[in-house]
Design a binder for this molecule. Structure first.
Ligand code: ZN
Length: 264
């Protein structure tokens, strides 16, 4: 009898990406950010599936989406009807949800059938994979985990990169919404913090980025950490031979860093 081939055979290493997603309008506006994401997408070998860690899905305990047809969630207010009408029809991938659980431990991540794609995921994915032909699974941010625990969970996901899975973190490494403005400029402290994070990544100083609380001006740059935490997952997935390739190196709206990086 023939054995069934594995659902996720071993492949060459897939990239791990962190994208600063900024305003939901980037999903429909033609601007330097959306153009850079489109270019990035065009440069990628097609993965078998995407595992996305978005700032916009916070839960009690870690969850992974396990439905086969996720809905597009419009989790914002006051934006144009055109944005509310966007649908991202990629399929889910219950097999990947199971693989995630098998990889990190079934007790560590529970399957979810209620979420879908939040705008942190679809605003970026609709540029990376505009035909929505790559299945996508989301992994939530557990509000009870410390940054070090998020980083450790990221480490545990490492085998997925060699099973055809592209891991995408979607957040912003500087994100202060109360101080944001609808202007194309940057506060000096936001640019300083952005540069400090870039430097720490370049010198592979992940420890100070996990313990970001001790960094100067962290309270301004990371008043709440949901947009920063996806970065820790991507840093955790970095392998010894990998240096970051940067894209969108810009702080916009006064207090939002759009910086993106790619490993692999
Ligand atoms: Zn956001």
């Amino acid at each position: 009898m023939l054995e069934q081939p594995p659902a996720f055979p071993t492949t060459v290493r897939q990239p791990a990406l962190f994208i600063g997603h900024g305003s939901p309008l980037n999903a429909i506006e033609d601007n330097p950010f959306s153009r850079a994401w489109t270019e990035l997408g065009a440069s990628l070998a097609r993965p078998q599936a995407v595992l996305c860690i978005s700032a916009h899905w916070q839960t009690q305990g870690s969850l992974v989406t396990a439905m086969s047809a996720p809905r597009t969630i419009h989790d914002f207010y006051g934006f144009p009807a055109e944005l509310h009408a966007v649908q991202y029809p990629a399929s889910g991938c219950p097999e990947l949800a199971e693989l995630v659980r098998a990889t990190v431990g079934a007790d560590a991540v529970e399957p979810d059938t209620r979420w879908g794609f939040d705008h942190g995921a679809w605003s970026v994915l609709s540029r990376l994979f505009p035909t929505a032909d790559v299945p996508v699974v989301q992994l939530s941010l557990d509000v009870f985990k410390t940054p070090a625990e998020h980083y450790a969970l990221g480490k545990a996901l490492a085998p997925l990169r060699r099973k055809g899975v592209l891991v995408l973190g979607s957040g912003n490494l500087v994100h202060n919404l109360p101080l944001a403005c609808w202007e194309e400029r940057a506060f000096a402290w936001a640019e300083r913090f952005d540069a400090l994070v870039r430097n720490s990544i370049t010198t592979r100083d992940h420890t100070s980025l996990v313990h970001y609380d001790n960094l100067p001006e962290a309270r301004l740059a990371i008043p709440t950490n949901e947009h920063y935490l996806p970065l820790l997952y991507i840093l955790a997935l970095r392998e010894a031979d990998e240096d970051p390739a940067w894209f969108c190196e810009q702080v916009t709206m006064c207090s939002i860093s759009m910086r993106g990086l790619r490993f692999g």
